[in-house]
Design a protein around this ligand. Structure first.
Ligand code: AMP
Length: 190
């Protein structure tokens, strides 16, 4: 079993790499951002202003997020060789909630991959993704707020996972395949 978290700022390439890792290792891809967008498309979560929160670049409540993850894990027991969490946990409280959820399901975390990408590259990637995916929150204004949220929450999370010896830094600059090779090298050792 392999269970990993992808952590890093918006535009770091987590989603792209997540798909490649999940295919190679047969992991269930749990992207909270993708799941929220899907729920919005299906007119769910209407009462909770989720769409407005996402478009302001702030975080959706921990309660909604953990509920989503809990449900998917319970539904997919023993179907994959592990789980890949993409964009979750986003803050220390979510990390604590995840720890108890994993414990309850007897799942052991192997690695937390921290994507390291500088801000000018992030902006470039977000703006080109906007052209392709048309996400409402992929614009310069909302990105500023998303980056602020990331920087406010990142440090405690990074400390938390380094103290558990799980954190592995990945240089996220370069070609998709190049970054993927760096990841496979790290995962091969874990
Ligand atoms: P992402 O697709 O990961 O960039 O997420 C897009 C937006 O969805 C974020 O800016 C948040 O508003 C919301 N979101 C995604 N994952 C989480 C999470 N784990 N906790 C809270 N909000 C989230």
């Amino acid at each position: 079993m392999m269970n990993i978290i992808l952590f890093g700022p918006p535009g770091a390439g987590k989603g792209t790499q997540a798909k490649m890792i999940c295919k190679k290792y047969n992991l269930l891809h749990l992207s909270t951002g993708d799941i929220l967008r899907e729920e919005i498309r299906n007119d769910k979560l209407l009462a909770n202003n989720v769409k407005e929160i996402i478009n302001s670049g702030k975080l959706v409540s921990d309660e909604i997020i953990i509920g989503i993850i809990d449900k998917i894990i319970s539904k997919n027991k023993n179907t994959y060789s592990g789980y890949l969490f993409d964009g979750f946990p986003r803050n220390k409280n979510q990390a604590i909630l995840l720890t108890s959820l994993l414990k309850k399901n007897e799942i052991k975390l192997n690695s937390v991959l921290l994507f390291d990408v500088n801000e000018s590259v992030l902006l470039e990637r977000i703006l080109s993704r906007k052209e392709i995916e048309g996400r409402d929150d992929d614009n310069e204004d909302v990105l500023t707020s998303r980056l602020k949220v990331y920087h406010d929450e990142a440090e405690p999370l990074i400390e938390h996972y380094s103290s558990h010896n799980l954190l592995k830094k990945i240089d996220g600059i370069g070609e998709i395949n190049e970054v993927n090779q760096r990841i496979n090298l790290v995962l091969g050792k874990s």
